[in-house]
Design a protein around this ligand. Structure first.
Ligand code: HEC
Length: 135
């Protein structure tokens, strides 16, 4: 009887090790967009984001207000794109009179969210083993 328990334990241990190593060997899970951003400046940028309540109207990863679009990956459109929206304002987005420094920090924050992945659910697929990876 104790031999059987030992066998079951052994088989489960081996299965666990094989499964774990196959997951950690899978690069796809860890591939992130190689976008460089300054880690310290992006922290400042997050404060600008919070102070100005951007999240009241915008989402990051689908979380936030729904008056404006999700901004997780808006950095891909470039600094000037963001700058224009802040300067001019549109429809229900007010004009934000931010300093050049605040805007640079804010953009660094948006670059960081962009580098962390995509907010579009269609950019992901579910693998056979249940892992979710970015396409
Ligand atoms: C009162 C609501 C509101 C707030 C607060 C707000 N926005 Fe917006 N924002 C909008 C709306 C609505 C749009 C969409 C306008 C359109 O496309 O006609 C928008 C659009 C944008 C866009 C363009 C997005 C795209 O993909 O085209 C950017 C960038 C942006 N906002 C940045 C910001 C930032 C940064 C803040 C915080 C400093 C902020 N917004 C705060 C309502 C808001």
């Amino acid at each position: 009887m104790s031999k059987l328990i030992l066998m079951v334990f052994l088989v489960l241990s081996i299965a666990f090790l094989l499964f774990s190593s196959s997951i950690y060997a899978d690069d796809a899970v860890y591939i992130k967009k190689p976008v460089a951003y300054d880690a310290n400046l992006q922290k400042e940028g997050r404060l600008v984001w919070q102070k100005n309540n951007c999240h009241v109207c915008h989402q990051l990863y689908g979380l936030g207000g729904f008056l404006g679009p999700d901004l997780t990956n808006v950095a891909e459109k470039g600094y000037n794109y963001m700058d224009t929206f802040l300067k001019v304002g549109v429809n229900s987005m007010p004009i934000f009179n931010l300093t050049k420094e605040e805007k640079l920090h804010l953009f660094e924050f948006l670059k960081a969210t962009n580098a962390s992945g995509s907010a579009n659910p269609k950019d992901y697929k579910i693998l056979m083993d249940g892992m979710i990876v970015q396409k």
